[in-house]
Design a protein around this ligand. Structure first.
Ligand code: M6R
Length: 610
């Protein structure tokens, strides 16, 4: 996701803004830029590449300013180069804007503005918006009104920040479908698309809503809708700590977040799991609890890793609550006119809470009057606010682009929900207690995996030069195989595919030769014997077999080239353990290959465009 930071107040804006965008760096970007007003002129500096490149330009400029906007860009319209970087200006050069999102009707607007004599330097939709605001300013001579009028004519999504030489005491912000938070300081405001840029300055924030804008002066502000109706906003407190967005002694955020999982898993359960009763308390679902209890169908929608946790959730709901489940890619869901009615429950799973495809799916769910529920990490995020009710996973900020701790916490949240629904329906207390007790053992079992990584590092060394890798699993561990393959692809750029192990013989088996590593997720569960046959099929064709197996499984050594063990738990909890070695394997392979694991190429932390 591109990122925005904006400031108005009494401090030097330049350093504050640069530090602000650095907090967003790990989310992925290809260029950075800043605009500052020094009391006389509007300075624009922007550069493709890292923020350090932008800093080099700024070092040569002695500028003092108390108002400014800054941006890191992840290209959507136009290549990642200096010209397409933000900020963009109107034709006078006196209005500067930074923008997250996509202006869908930019082409029509551009044609219209070109016919009126306006010109464009870049290929971006954002410049069209800047020029449009400038054209309207020429008519209305009022900055907030020009912004408002422009936004009421654009289609698509935006989080924007605008400053101008014409009205240099104003910082204007607006959003539709792209997050924007206003941090409230003492005679100063720092706004950003993400709380991590604000938290060093203040914990008090306002979340702008869709189609809302704010006009900030250094000591006051007001908000209104883009239709010009005044709004009131509640002040929220950011709950996480600054340490949570620092590396804490680990070489990478990804490694830190992998190692956090015993704690983050427990945080998801904290205060919710009533182990002695074999039940669960979930305050976030109370508003819709009757609908949940009586539902006949659940749909889960999400993208990427969150979609994989949804596939694990399918097993939970079907096994524990006996409710049929469909798991849908959010990016497909809204575009195929899904059949939904008011009795359907739709769970949208998202770490960031800002994924545009998932947000679009929720809009479709609400349009059809079904119940939209969120399983979200980021408190106050767009998805958390767009859903009727939900459960926060409380995994804390996840900075590494490759999602790790969110996956296990999403699974924990899904398990809590399924257990609760199960108990409201047919699941016995005895079974509930058995599951709850096994859940409480998971943090220590995770620790024992994380304390024994030498074997995984060795295997990573041996296979770091491979070009392909297959991940196979069955039942509830099939989604874990998909997740293992995704992790490897994302951070090491090795081609990897996940399949249900039994599906291999229907095609992928043709790929097996002595150069093909195949990772099996094969804990000793109900279908263990079946997966052993699949392992033998690979071995017979000289494939290299790496198995994630249960501790004490003596038989597995006979079939595998390498074994990584996980502690024994009940079958439905195995994904919580089996995914850890896969996260670590991909991490160490990426390190062997010299890849930038926290900032893999072409990826961003939250994909806020459809
Ligand atoms: O923030 P979300 O959970 O909605 O994000 C969904 C996917 O974009 C995300 O899981 C992505 O696949 C990660 N890079 C996976 O590591």
């Amino acid at each position: 996701m591109s990122g925005i930071v904006a400031y108005i107040g009494k401090q030097e804006a330049k350093h504050l803004l640069l530090n602000g965008i650095k907090q967003l760096e790990h989310r992925g970007y290809d260029s950075a830029g800043i605009s500052l007003f020094d009391g006389k002129d509007l300075l624009i500096a922007k550069k493709a590449g890292k923020i350090a490149e932008l800093e080099k330009i700024l070092e040569q400029k002695d500028i003092s300013s108390n108002i400014g906007i800054a941006h890191i860009r992840w290209a959507t319209h136009g290549a990642p180069n200096d010209i397409n970087s933000h900020p963009h200006c109107d034709n006078s050069g006196n209005i500067a804007i930074v923008h997250n999102g996509i202006i869908e009707n930019y082409s029509a607007l551009k044609t219209k503005l070109s016919e009126e004599g306006f010109s464009f330097k870049s290929e971006t939709d954002t410049e069209v918006l800047a020029v449009f605001i400038g054209a309207l300013y020429n008519k209305v001579k009022n900055l907030d009104e020009a912004v408002r009028l422009a936004l009421s004519e654009v289609d698509g999504t935006f989080g924007i920040a605008v400053i101008s030489k014409y009205e240099p005491d104003k910082l204007i912000l607006a959003r539709r479908g792209s997050p924007m938070l206003i941090g409230i300081g003492d005679d100063e405001y720092i706004a950003a698309s993400d709380a991590s840029s604000i938290i060093q300055h203040t914990r008090q924030v306002i979340y702008l809503s869709d189609n809302e804008m704010a006009v900030l002066k250094k000591d006051s502000f007001y908000t209104k809708t883009i239709d010009n109706i005044a709004t009131n906003n509640k002040v929220h407190l950011i709950e996480f700590d600054i340490e949570q967005i620092e590396k804490g002694g680990y070489e990478h955020f990804m490694l830190k977040e992998i190692h956090e999982q015993p704690n983050t898993f427990f945080e998801t359960l904290r205060g919710r799991l009533l182990a002695e009763k074999g039940d669960v308390r979930l305050g976030g679902l109370l508003p819709v609890i009757d609908k949940i209890k009586n539902t006949k169908r659940i749909i889960i929608t999400a993208c990427g890793t969150s979609w994989h946790s949804g596939l694990v959730g399918e097993y939970f709901f079907e096994t524990l609550a006996q409710i049929p489940v469909e798991v849908e890619y959010a990016s497909e869901f809204s575009y195929r006119n899904p059949i939904l009615d008011k009795n359907d429950l739709v769970f949208a799973i998202s770490q960031s809470g800002e994924t545009a495809d998932t947000l679009a799916a929720i809009k479709e769910v609400k349009r059809k009057s079904a119940v939209a529920l969120g399983i979200v990490n980021v408190v106050g995020s767009s998805i958390a606010r767009a859903t009727d009710a939900g459960v926060y996973i409380h995994a804390g900020p996840e900075v590494g682009i490759a999602s790790t701790k969110a996956f296990t916490s999403q699974i924990a949240a899904l398990l809590l929900i399924a257990l609760h629904i199960g108990r409201m329906r047919n699941l016995s207390q005895v079974d509930g207690i058995k599951i709850a007790k096994a859940m409480l053992k998971i943090p220590d079992q995770m620790k024992s995996i994380l304390d024994n990584t030498e074997n995984i590092k060795e295997i990573a060394k041996l296979y770091s030069k491979t070009s392909n890798c297959l991940y196979l699993g069955r039942g509830i561990n099939f989604p874990v195989a998909l997740e293992g393959a995704l992790k490897l692809k994302e951070i090491s750029y090795i081609h990897a595919e996940g399949y249900p192990a039994a599906e291999m013989k229907h095609g992928p088996i043709a790929l097996i030769d002595e150069n093909m590593p195949v990772v099996f997720v094969a804990p000793q569960d109900e279908i263990y014997k079946k997966i052993i046959s699949n392992i033998q099929e690979v071995k017979a064709r000289k494939g290299k077999v790496i198995v994630i197996a249960t501790e004490g499984d003596k038989r597995i050594k006979d079939y595998a080239d390498h074994v990584i063990t996980i502690p024994k738990t009940i079958d439905i909890l195995t994904p919580l353990l089996s995914v850890l070695p896969l996260q670590l394997l991909s991490y160490y392979i990426a390190i062997e290959r010299g890849c930038n694991v926290d900032n893999p190429r072409n990826l961003v932390k939250a994909v806020t465009v459809e």
